[in-house]
Design a protein around this ligand. Structure first.
Ligand code: 2AM
Ligand code: CA
Ligand code: CA
Ligand code: CA
Length: 264
């Protein structure tokens, strides 16, 4: 299969899954917590992941899947074709708001992002990119990002960072919040990355994200010239949880050098 038909296949799978998520609003959803009381999961997260995995295994038996809910493969290396899937990114929003969540999918070959998708289900907005072929929102090409200054930037940052926390020194974050034009926090890493890729927000950062949170978004962000890295400025390893920043190229290193002081 070539990349064009792979792209069509992935898009139709995502749209079908989106329909299933919308239908779930008519039935009772089962809610459980995972690592902590506010880390939520539903039967729909699991069912959507299983839906993708059944199709992928049927149609691409030599591909592997890394999915949040654990129905995929045990991935220890990036060799071959890997589908990084988050069936619902923003589960808390899915439960509480019935909006502001996304399906996030990245298809990587030997660690290189070839296809990326973030589907804002309730708005029917599909962000998609193929490596070196540009990024699109519903088939309209996203332009390359224009440079911005910190003073003119909207920064996607979680409010808990301006209080003492175990990840970063909060004083420099307060300085950043005061210096920038404004801050936003939407509760879906994949959608926040799409705000960056569309120029609506100029940087997004998070302390602990997994490969499925960022795999799709990074392919898209890369095509418009946004830089994605860990908070140490390194490329992501894509095998476990890491710190993360996606930013307009013009402010990426300034954010890391001047405002992010990681705790040991
Ligand atoms: P999720 O909804 O798929 O869990 C805001 O919480 C963002 O961080 C969401 O994109 C969420 O993805 C992600 N996230 C990653 N790890 C998380 C965790 N342990 N608890 C809650 N959210 C997490
Ligand atoms: Ca989750
Ligand atoms: Ca997620
Ligand atoms: Ca999820």
């Amino acid at each position: 299969m070539n990349w064009g038909s792979m792209d069509r296949y992935a898009k139709s799978l995502i749209k079908e899954a989106g329909q299933q998520i919308k239908h779930s609003f008519f039935i009772e959803i089962e809610i459980n917590s995972k690592s902590s009381k506010n880390d939520l999961v539903t039967n729909i997260d699991r069912e959507i992941e299983q839906f993708f995995i059944e199709r992928i295994r049927r149609d691409f038996p030599d591909h592997r899947v890394m999915g949040e809910e654990g129905f995929g493969d045990d991935i220890q290396s990036l060799d071959g074709t890997i589908w990084f899937l988050d069936p619902i990114d923003g589960t808390m929003n899915f439960i509480h708001q019935k909006r502001n969540f996304a399906i996030s999918l990245g298809i990587y070959v030997d660690g290189i992002g070839m296809l990326g998708y973030v589907y804002d289900v309730m708005n029917d907005d599909l962000y998609a990119a193929m490596k070196d072929e540009g990024a699109y929102l519903n088939d309209v090409r996203l332009p390359s990002l224009e440079p911005v200054s910190i003073e003119e930037s909207i920064i996607g940052v979680n409010a808990s960072w301006v209080a003492p926390n175990r990840y970063v020194d909060h004083e420099p974050i307060i300085e950043l919040v005061n210096k920038c034009r404004g801050t936003r926090s939407y509760g879906s890493a994949a959608l926040e990355m799409m705000h960056v890729a569309s120029g609506r927000v100029n940087a997004y950062m998070s302390m602990r994200l997994s490969p499925w949170d960022v795999a799709g978004g990074m392919v898209i962000a890369n095509e418009v010239g946004a830089i994605s890295s860990t908070m140490a400025g390194e490329p992501l390893g894509m095998l476990g949880q890491e710190t993360f920043i996606a930013a307009n190229e013009s402010i990426h290193s300034e954010l890391l050098n001047e405002f992010i002081v990681l705790k040991k």
